[in-house]
Ligand binder design. Structure first.
Ligand code: C2E
Ligand code: CA
Ligand code: CA
Length: 564
């Protein structure tokens, strides 16, 4: 609601003087509002422009709805109403405001009710740039991003309607910036980009920095491409605005690769890899510099094809080895088994972790040959240890099977053949399956597993607690053991999380009632070990006891009858 011209002028004069005194040299934008929400006056012109890109006169012509992020509008309106209702009331709030350039910036505002003040007669708002975290979003690293994304991927498998999109964002010309201005300026650029990205996000979005010049963004619950596309547009706009870093004028640009849950992913690495493939495509694409992943792109991606060729060669050259991570009895503190974890002994890159190649092996069919190799190595090794160390209680070996292996028709025959050739007692082999592996191949898996179990092979449900439908699936297959995912275990240590303890305890009790053993994964501290043991979980695995060990180190533990 606008005043008549005379009143407005008068008000500006009075309020202007008051504000000038108040906001002199201030880093804050000062604004006066009527109780109906219309802006009467905005002071501290320099700050206003720095913060939102508008001069005070321009600000006056805008409606609050044009300035506040739609998702935050209700919150802001609510806070404003509350302040208006009580003379003298004061309230501080963070929200996203639209910059003149179109991007959203994080703003922290304090509103004070001065309606009763005869000079001011307004709600006074002081606004400033908020610290770089907005609505719960923080910048994580690759490891935490992968962990969160794995949870999202598994949820999307069980509930495809709740999709997601992952953006990989690369800064253009970063190497050049680094070369000509040095590391401090380059880092400053990354920080500035982070500051510009955060306000664009919703609380459920996750941002991570993967490398100096590379970010990943998870849009959880965004099955629709429209939001992803709209956001990419705004990201590219925000990043391409000129910036001042270390006294230098700098322009960069965001190149964006996108992968969405439309392709039914099974693990985080696959999603990141495909977004990376799309990024490579986007980079070579000229002006728009963004691309959504399509399967075909993989075959056209040089890095992907090189990895594939190398993996194939690695199988022929026998470059895969198995490391063994002890599974420990929390009661006796002795070794009960090993989990076999594959490692690629790469001739030039050293030891490569499975996260870098399992997904590629899976979507090209190499996983069958690789899985067979791991089973053979693990069974042979275990049989040899049993023969050599007869006086010691023989540990079992637990081998991971991926969904792609389980659907393969001959997998049952293959496993029985390997057991026969290695002369390993079948009851000393355990197969680890995830919920999704079972889900994808229900009938085939069920009959294959029934057959193997008749031969005495054990079965464990891996990564329990990361999916949704967990409890109901427990009864579908005759598992001998259940492995509680490390994302659960990690939270048990901090005394705050009583709910998690109750959940884990419930899982353990249920498993015991169904005649299953329970193994806690990723136990990293003595405290976590004590907590899970206290919740009736009898076995554990994790850095607190031992990292995955090569065969020599693993055998040493058997020989020494090591107590953990
Ligand atoms: P997973 O089955 O959940 O295996 C456990 C992973 O957690 C291993 O990573 C292990 O090194 C790691 N880990 C063990 N203790 C701790 C701990 O205390 N803290 C933390 N933060 N991590 C711990 P790794 O060896 O990199 O394997 C990653 C995944 O790759 C495995 O997850 C499994 O899904 C897959 N994988 C590994 N080997 C094979 C294989 O031979 N075949 C198939 N199909 N998948 C495999
Ligand atoms: Ca496992
Ligand atoms: Ca696991």
């Amino acid at each position: 609601m606008r005043q008549d011209p005379l009143d407005e002028q008068l008000l500006h004069k009075v309020a202007g003087r008051w504000l000038a005194a108040l906001s002199d040299g201030s880093k804050e934008l000062v604004a006066l509002f009527d109780p109906d929400g219309s802006l009467q006056f905005a002071g501290a012109p320099h700050t206003a422009e720095e913060l939102l890109g508008y001069g005070p006169a321009e600000l006056l012509r805008l409606l609050p709805a044009e300035l506040v992020h739609p998702a935050d509008a209700a919150l802001v309106a609510e806070a404003f109403r509350a302040v208006c209702a009580t003379p003298g009331a004061r309230h501080t709030l963070s929200f996203r405001a639209r910059h003149k350039a179109g991007r959203f910036v994080a703003v922290q505002a304090t509103a004070v009710n001065r309606l009763g003040d005869p000079v001011v007669r307004a709600v006074v708002v002081f606004a400033r740039a908020a610290a770089s975290t907005v609505a719960g979003s923080e910048v994580g690293d690759r490891a935490s991003f992968v962990e969160v994304l794995n949870g999202t991927v598994r949820r999307a498998q069980l509930r495809p309607a709740q999709g997601f999109a992952v953006l990989v964002i690369e800064l253009e010309r970063y190497r050049m910036l680094l070369g000509s201005y040095g590391a401090a300026v380059a880092r400053g650029v990354t920080e500035e980009v982070t500051r510009r990205l955060l306000p664009l996000l919703r609380p459920q979005d996750r941002l991570a920095q993967l490398a100096d010049n590379e970010f990943a963004l998870l849009l959880d619950g965004t099955a629709d491409h429209e939001r992803a596309a709209e956001l990419v547009e705004r990201i590219q706009q925000a990043v391409s605005q000129r910036m001042q870093v270390g006294g230098k004028e700098i322009t960069t640009a965001a190149i964006v690769g996108i992968a969405t849950s439309e392709r039914r992913y099974e693990r985080a690495e696959e999603v990141l890899r495909d977004a990376g493939v799309a990024l490579n495509r986007a980079r070579s694409q000229g002006r728009r510099q963004r691309a959504v992943f399509r399967t075909q792109m993989r075959l056209e991606d040089a890095a992907y094809m090189a990895l594939l060729a190398e993996l194939n060669a690695a199988l022929h050259n026998d470059e895969f080895r198995v490391h063994y991570q002890p599974v420990v009895s929390l009661t006796t503190r002795s070794l009960v088994g090993f989990e076999a974890l594959v490692r690629w002994y790469h001739p030039t890159r050293g030891i490569v972790a499975p996260s870098e190649f399992i997904a590629v092996a899976e979507d090209t069919g190499l996983i069958q040959a690789l899985g067979e190799r791991v089973l053979t190595l693990a069974c042979r090794q275990m049989a040899q240890w049993h023969r050599r160390h007869r006086g010691v209680p023989p540990p079992y070996v637990s081998v991971n099977l991926s969904a792609k292996q389980v659907v393969e028709e001959r997998i049952g025959d293959t496993i029985l053949r390997i057991l026969g050739e290695s002369e390993l007692d079948p009851s000393k082999l355990c197969l680890e399956l995830t919920e999704s592996a079972v889900l994808e191949s229900q009938e085939a898996a069920a009959s294959m597993i029934a057959r193997l179990r008749r031969h005495g092979v054990r079965l464990a449900l891996d990564d329990f607690g990361t999916g949704y439908a967990s409890f109901s699936y427990l009864q579908k297959l005759p598992y001998d053991a259940l492995k509680i995912d490390r994302s659960f275990v990690r939270q048990l240590g901090d005394g705050q999380r009583r709910d998690d303890r109750a959940i884990v305890h419930a899982i353990v009790v249920l498993a015991h009632n169904l005649n299953m053993e329970v193994v806690a994964e990723g136990v990293e501290t003595a405290e976590q070990a004590a907590v899970v043991h206290g919740l009736a979980c009898e076995y554990a695995q994790g850095y607190a006891f031992a990292r995955p060990l090569d065969a020599l180190a693993a055998e040493a533990l058997i020989v020494a009858r090591h107590r953990f």
